[in-house]
Design a protein around this ligand. Structure first.
Ligand code: MSP
Length: 507
């Protein structure tokens, strides 16, 4: 089966921060998990390089928007690399092939009768690239998100008849209760639709940086219309000489932050309906990572630099922290202290030490060969149904739920070592069989949790699976009891070594 997952395309107006890494990590977890299940996966990420968010910063820096894009898109690409992300393509909205598809789709919306010439009168925030209503503004004229003074605009441009899609959208929401997840965001999008939709500017007259409107080259296509089409356009040129659209469209899941819900859950499906293209299967929304009380954002200056964290602790640590610390779908605080605590207590102690202790005991008591004992019934019970639960959580786009389930078993394995005290069993000849059973249960438990943890912490999981000599790395193999003893262990080393955190002045 084909599976298509996307991240938002990130604005190239600033350096990437942990907030951007967050969505990309979540998408990578889903992509890896589905590949592990044997599905044919296409995973897309990339950069959004048009519109005022980019031109304004370029202007401030005295360079062209293209130069800014060329410089900064590399950072987003590098971030994906640093995080060990397995995207199949990296799209830039400046790609000429993307332009071509944007023009084609917009032309279809036009030809289907959903575009008309009009005049936009109202507020516009160039930082959001979004039109604002009077009631949204603070102090009468300021953007509720960026708090900057807005100007009232008066501009002739082309309009998309969004209002005509109110009913079709209501129907979509009635028929597809999982079109948007989690439920609270589904409700939010539906009530936005039910309150009545206004037509939307499809083009901008003042701006020059963007994709020209096919039938009126004096205007460029509104940046959000252009950007949303990336999900569709990429499939037509990501693989040279091949069009993947048939195979992968409609997308299985668009992962996004709650800040861009309206665009993805309302405008995007309406655009697709207007163009006669199938709508995606799901839009999955996550919350915001907060530093203190505020959304982490470059403009607030309260960011955690993912490159620095990965340099010091490795990609796995950041991936784990991002998926674990904040429940996917909700807002939650992150901090360097919180990160270090998770690294030490969860990764180094609970997973890393469990692995090194278990392997060391097999070396010491069984000459490095995993014994073929009977699996301890306590562990059989503990692991019963785990893979199915993980699968359900990930199918529901809840990576933190899946991780929590797996981690309960990691904890249980640690508890099992404490209860059994294999070092005592080793001293008692009558306990020989029990020791075989305990060691073989621990090795089997480590095999299963590592297979399931692989999408989250691929490097560590692979190292441990290598040391355990596990051949079959598929999701289907993640059943307690499916493995076998007899393997001669390889070297492991420390999975999560101690790291001296940077001092405050160096950070
Ligand atoms: N270019 C648009 C998206 C176009 S998609 C067709 C845009 N870009 S952005 O650079 O501002 O990135 C937005 C996305 O980055 C959010 O939707 C979210 O996925 C992620 N995040 C940015 N800051 C974040 C947090 N502080 N917390 C969580 N996610 C955050 O909007």
């Amino acid at each position: 089966m084909a599976y298509y997952v996307t991240t938002p395309i990130y604005y190239v107006n600033a350096e990437p921060h942990l907030g951007h890494a967050y969505t990309t990590i979540a998408a990578d977890v889903l992509a890896r998990h589905m590949r592990q299940r044997g599905e044919e996966v296409f995973f897309l990420t990339g950069t959004d390089e048009h519109g005022e968010p980019v031109t304004q910063v370029a202007e401030r820096e005295g360079i062209t928007p293209r130069e800014l894009g060329d410089r900064n898109y590399v950072r987003f690409k590098e971030l994906a690399g640093a995080l060990g992300v397995t995207n199949d393509f990296f799209i830039r909205t400046t790609d000429p092939e993307h332009h071509e598809v944007v023009r084609r789709v917009v032309q279809r919306i036009h030809d289907n009768g959903h575009v008309y010439a009009g005049t936009y009168e109202g507020w516009y925030c160039p930082r959001c690239a979004d039109f604002k209503t009077d009631s949204e503004l603070v102090d009468g004229s300021r953007c509720p998100i960026h708090l900057i003074e807005l100007e009232r605009e008066h501009e002739d441009n082309w309009f998309f008849r969004l209002s005509a899609f109110q009913e079709p959208l209501e129907r979509l929401y009635a028929e597809r209760p999982d079109f948007v997840t989690p439920q609270i965001r589904f409700n939010e999008a539906r009530s936005f639709i039910e309150q009545g939709l206004h037509d939307l500017s499809l083009s901008r007259a003042r701006l020059k940086w963007g994709v020209p409107v096919p039938w009126d080259e004096t205007q460029v296509i509104y940046v959000w219309i252009d950007a949303l089409i990336n999900y569709y356009s990429a499939l037509s040129y990501a693989r040279e000489g091949e069009d993947l659209t048939e195979r992968f469209w409609p997308a299985d899941v668009h992962l996004i932050g709650k800040d861009i819900l309206k665009f993805h859950a309302v405008i995007w499906p309406a655009m697709l309906m207007a163009a006669g293209i199938e709508v995606p299967r799901r839009v999955a929304i996550h919350g915001h990572l907060l530093m203190g009380e505020h959304k982490m954002s470059k403009s607030l200056g309260n960011v955690i630099d993912p490159f620095q964290v990965v340099d010091l602790y490795g990609a796995d640590a950041l991936r784990y922290y991002a998926m674990r610390e904040v429940r996917f779908g909700q807002d939650g605080g992150v901090s360097p202290e919180g990160f270090e605590a998770r690294y030490t207590s969860d990764l180094a102690n609970e997973y890393g030490n469990l692995a090194s202790r278990t392997l060391a005991m097999i070396v010491r008591y069984r000459e490095g060969v995993v014994p073929e004992g009977e699996l301890p019934s306590e562990l059989v019970e503990t692991f019963d149904g785990l893979a199915g639960e993980v699968r359900s959580f990930l199918d529901a786009t809840d990576p933190s739920g899946a991780l929590e389930e797996i981690w309960q078993r990691v904890r249980r394995l640690n508890g099992f070592v404490q209860e059994e005290q294999p070092w005592k069993l080793a001293k008692d000849a009558s306990q020989h069989e029990r020791l075989d059973s305990v060691l073989c249960g621990l090795a089997e438990g480590l095999r299963v949790v590592s297979l399931l943890l692989w999408p989250f912490v691929p490097t560590a999981a692979e190292r441990l699976l290598d040391a355990l000599r596990v051949q079959d790395r598929s999701f289907g193999a993640a059943r307690f009891g499916a493995g076998s003893g007899g393997a001669t262990l390889g070297e492991l080393g420390q999975l999560f070594p101690r790291v001296e955190p940077p001092t405050a002045s160096a950070a």
